[in-house]
Design a binder for this molecule. Sequence first.
Ligand code: NAD
Length: 329
Amino acid sequence: MLFCSDAKSGLKAIIAVHNTHLGPAIGGCRMWDYASADEALTDALRLSKGMTYKNALAGLPHGGGKSVIIGNAHTDKSPALLKAFAHHVKCLADRYVTAEDVGITSADADLMATIAPNVGGTSEAGLGDPSPYTALGVYCGIKAAAHHVFGNDDLTGKHVSLQGLGNVGFRVAEHLHRDGAKLIVSDVWEPSLTRAVDAFGATTISPEEAHRVPCDIFAPCALGAGLNRHTIPDIQAAIVAGAANNQLEQTTDGALLASRGILYAPDYVINAGGVIAVAEPVSASAHASVTRRTEAIGDTLSAIFAEATRTGEPTALIADRMAEQRFRG
Ligand code: NAD
């Protein structure tokens, strides 16, 4: 754990390296207006642990880590702050690779990469913004879940509640719309809603309604901990499958979803497309390779769903066990 600060730029950040058994930790940087340093620390620890599981199950030669910058990405972010952060990242060059996450764009990653060699997801030395790959993986995961529950992966006419229309959520919406799904969208940022109505003829609802609206699939693509003992009883969808990290507030919430007969696509399995892209070595075939491996997320999920049906265990538990077998050897 590295606590970083720089009085001149106002930087306050935490870098958490959770596990390096499979290789240097990899995981993006989030900039968020945390209510307290404690809240930021909890987020960094939870997210870095999630990356260990995600990277192991995605078959990457990397452990898990994550960093958080405390501040409002719209008002507190500056080139000086990003550069100050990058100097701290550089100190961990043999142990941690960062990239973009909520509040950090690929342009920000490009700027940080001018200071630190251990920045992925850049346009110069990598595939750029990982969000399109994350969205592709989520789309493939939704199709795998639909196949498991409905007997085929045809999304025509299926109602999907998409919570969060950011870099990933909006692209997931594009995939689903192309397949003929009916979109019900929510976001706290009004312009994203207007964009989705114009582009997809989507129906809008408030973020608070997203999980409880009647639909076939609920896709959380905003922030974490949205699946908990308060929200799960209200979910009407047959499937929960979305991009957000750390969707379960507690481990037991996976069992709660299963007990209600809701198929949950474990978050770190379905949203691994981005880190697969960030970890990909530079080559002419990088895009094709990442696309192929991201599409395989659907197969990984199908295996988890089949095992859940066979054993009666929650999907989240099965995914955890598979990941632990890999990173603990
Ligand atoms: P983003 O910041 O571009 O988008 C997040 C969106 O959610 C924004 O439009 C924001 O206004 C909206 N939002 C915030 N709070 C909300 C609420 N309560 N209800 C509804 N909408 C709300 O972030 P992103 O890159 O699209 O990432 C989305 C999620 O996916 C995050 O949890 C992130 O950690 C996860 N994720 C992203 C990637 C990636 O490649 N970007 C990879 C893996 C996981």
